[in-house]
Ligand binder design. Sequence first.
Ligand SMILES: *Cc1c(COP(=O)(O)O)cnc(C)c1O
Length: 385
Amino acid sequence: MARPVIPNAVPFLGGNEWAYVKECLDTGWVSSAGQFVDRFEREVAAIVGVPHAIATVNGSAALHVALRAAGVGPGDAVLLPTLTFIATAGAVTHAGAHPVFLDSEAVSWGLDVACVEEFLRRECERRDGRVVDRATGRRVAAVVAVHLYGHPCDLDPLLELCRRWSLPLIEDSAEALGAVYHDRPVGCDGLAGCLSFNGNKIITTGGGGMVLTRDAALAARVRSLTTQARREPLEWIHDEVGFNYRLTNIQAALGVAQLEQLESFLARKRETAAHYQAALGRLEGMEVFREAAWARSSYWMPAVLLDARRCPDVRALIRDLNADGVQVRPVWHPLHRQPPFRDTRVGPIRVADRLWDRGVLLPCSVGITAGERQTVIDALTARLA
Ligand SMILES: *Cc1c(COP(=O)(O)O)cnc(C)c1O
């Protein structure tokens, strides 16, 4: 008999979700304006410690408008890690720009600042106040860093490098709500940060996202772009061609209820990660993804790396565990290896390929039980050589 499925990451809806959604239905405020939208934006902004937050229909849309508002446009180049969800690069493509894929570093699994610096120094030059990629003639318009699996990137050196080259840093913080870098909440140290509230993220609105920024002008531009760039509430006059990227009040109602539980969600995630670390961390041939000294991860997804001797074929192991109802996941498939990006510019890649080749992400729903965690550990270790 098949064991019950242990899901990879499913929502935990244990708070005021019903009450707040019912309030939307009772009052008729179901669409893309309403109290819950304002409240959700205000409360996320307060938690991350930024003055401006604009809710969006999802995290992908947040990235798209953040890049557009940061001045990324047709023909530009944007530097980003190859090891991320495709939405990070999709936003670049949808802005009409071209990704340049760079490597990750082995501690944070995030964009390696040394690779960014090397690319800028070796491949780029300044021309009339612009940074130009010599090989393609494209203007480098932005750098996007991703806080992968909830672990913050090493932001300070990245911020310093971007400052030196006058490039905006956009943070893909989709997986990192609640993470801390040194003593700063992760979200938006760069020009803008983007969150996701997809069903498997730290908190969920069903689908949803948010742009965070300290820059009032950027915030205004993002708000405009997400609301069809409509100039005034009565007349149908639009400043430019924008998007319908707004979050609905129903979704925001879910978000407000989820946010009330954020601390307990993070504590549960941390407890699950600690449990896996204690059980798996000492095993030979198994490397657990741990927090750097300067980091507090959101532990969106706890991860391990298996060496080739203990596990010659990680993909087969992942398939087998899923067939047995234990929903482990592979690490993101590096984007330079993906069909749509076959001809895309890419720097030297070593670390990202190794993390992809050797990595396994472990089930980590907020509601996972101690028994389920033990099943995961037993199922995984039983398959090692
Ligand atoms: C989830 C995610 C996104 C996209 O968010 P959606 O809300 O699913 O559109 C972008 N980047 C990363 C790294 C993500 O994990």
